[in-house]
Design a binder for this molecule. Structure first.
Ligand SMILES: Cc1ncc(COP(=O)(O)O)c(C=O)c1O
Length: 428
């Protein structure tokens, strides 16, 4: 697989390099040089396959001969060890539930596949240290994805006392190759420490520093697979009238959906659904890119006003000669998000703010004869406090979370100072 840097098309790298490097020069995103397409008959046959076999075929179409198909299939099997069920919400709307993995969010698919790919391309005796800062959720997905992996040490920094107790339990109780540090400071202080570490060439070399960045191409490729899985679960008559609504922040999930369509998956239309951070809806409406200051909303994981993946969306539309005017969009206020969560609860489906935004736009925009699917990106229990307050009912914890809640925290405590962090990272 060859990929090029969107900021410098002459910078071309292999899949292995793109996975290791994350970003190209000038912080440019990598994008596939070839855009594979399946024949319609292939798609039909693939929709009959099981999730792991089908996903291996999809990923192989992109990655090509850099990884032997049987080795890729082994890795996919390890990464995608949990289901992505389509749950019926109403007669013409269902939810693709992406929260049945170990950290109860769609990030488990991308994170676990990236972990598999990074260990594959890094060579048997190469030691890697993954250093990342988290404000809560990313840390859990990264920790669980790399847990128990040989030659990989994971160090996660988080702001002490500023993440929820449940979030902390989810990734600070693992031990083994996962080390967590509670920093006496805020999230920005944690990020600044990570940045300092990446600026330290000597340290970088000594410990094989890598960021497990969310912009990594392997994460995006993994996410394509669950769009196919969704269509595979639908009855034949619904497959050709499918509208998919994607709760969007950094627009990775939407990019993956569009890449699935580009492979030939029959998706009639996508809806890009945002909260009040509506740079993309305003751009699609008026044609000018004018990000406002980010505002805090109920769907906080989508509080992004300069979405990282948007250049990939534009590039795909350009390469496929699709029209951006065919991309549906909308922005939903917190008030309407709450009303939508209540509406869903009334029809028997408990959801959380991110998915509720996608649901709302879908039910507003769906036309006669169409079938709608929205992405359930996180388990409602991950947003327990707000969901319980909005719905006025208690939410039981899923077993995996309940089990972790009783385990002791294994975190180290540290001042927001680079010297002790550097010493910590260098210790064998
Ligand atoms: C629960 C949830 N929903 C939706 C999104 C938005 O996904 P994307 O950033 O790929 O647009 C995120 C992003 O972190 C998320 O955590």
């Amino acid at each position: 697989m060859k990929l090029y840097n969107l900021k410098d098309h002459n910078e071309q790298v292999s899949f292995a390099q793109a996975v290791k490097q994350g970003l190209g020069s000038q912080q440019g995103l990598f994008f596939p040089l070839e855009l594979p397409e399946f024949e319609l008959t292939d798609i039909d046959a693939m929709l009959e396959m099981d999730f792991v076999s089908r996903s291996s075929k999809i990923l192989s179409a992109y990655i090509g001969d850099e990884i032997a198909p049987h080795q890729l299939a082994e890795r996919v099997k390890t990464a995608f060890a949990f289901p992505a069920p389509v749950a019926k919400v109403s007669e013409d709307i269902s939810c693709l539930e992406l929260f049945h993995g170990p950290t109860l969010a769609f990030k488990d698919f991308g994170g676990r596949f990236m972990a598999q790919m990074l260990s594959y391309v890094s060579g048997a005796d190469e030691q890697i240290t993954i250093l990342t800062a988290t404000s809560g959720d990313t840390g859990a997905a990264v920790a669980h994805a790399f847990y128990g992996m040989e030659n990989v040490r994971v160090v996660i920094l988080y702001p002490q006392g500023k993440i929820s107790p449940l979030q902390e339990k989810l990734f600070c109780t693992l031990g083994g190759n996962i080390e967590t540090i509670a920093i006496d400071g805020d999230f920005d202080a944690c990020q600044a420490l990570v940045k300092q570490a990446f600026d330290d060439e000597e340290l970088k070399k000594a410990i094989g520093l890598n960021s497990a960045n969310s912009i990594n191409i392997s994460r995006l490729l993994a996410q394509i697979c669950y769009y196919f899985e969704a269509v595979a679960q639908l009855p034949q008559e619904k497959r050709n009238q499918l509208v998919v609504s994607v709760p969007s922040g950094n627009f990775g999930d939407l990019t993956a959906g569009l890449l699935a369509k580009s492979l030939g998956l029959p998706i009639k239309r996508f809806i890009a659904a945002t909260n009040a951070n509506d740079t993309v809806p305003r751009f699609l409406q008026g044609g000018s890119w004018t990000p406002n200051a980010t505002v805090a909303t109920l769907s906080n994981a989508m509080d992004v006003s300069q979405p990282n993946n948007w250049p990939r969306v534009e590039e795909l539309f350009r390469r496929k000669t699709w029209r951006l005017t065919d991309l549906a969009y909308g922005a939903v206020s917190d008030e309407t998000t709450e009303a939508s969560m209540r509406e869903l609860a009334d029809i028997g489906y408990i959801s959380e703010p991110h998915a509720a935004i996608a649901y709302r736009l879908l039910r507003d925009r769906l036309q006669e004869g169409e079938f709608g699917l929205f992405l359930g990106t996180a388990h409602p229990a991950k947003f327990k406090e707000s969901v319980e307050a909005i719905l006025g009912q208690a939410l039981p914890l899923p077993q995996a979370l309940a089990d972790r809640a009783g385990l002791p925290l294994l975190s180290h405590a540290m001042q927001a100072d680079f010297a002790p962090l550097r010493a910590f990272l260098l210790k064998a």
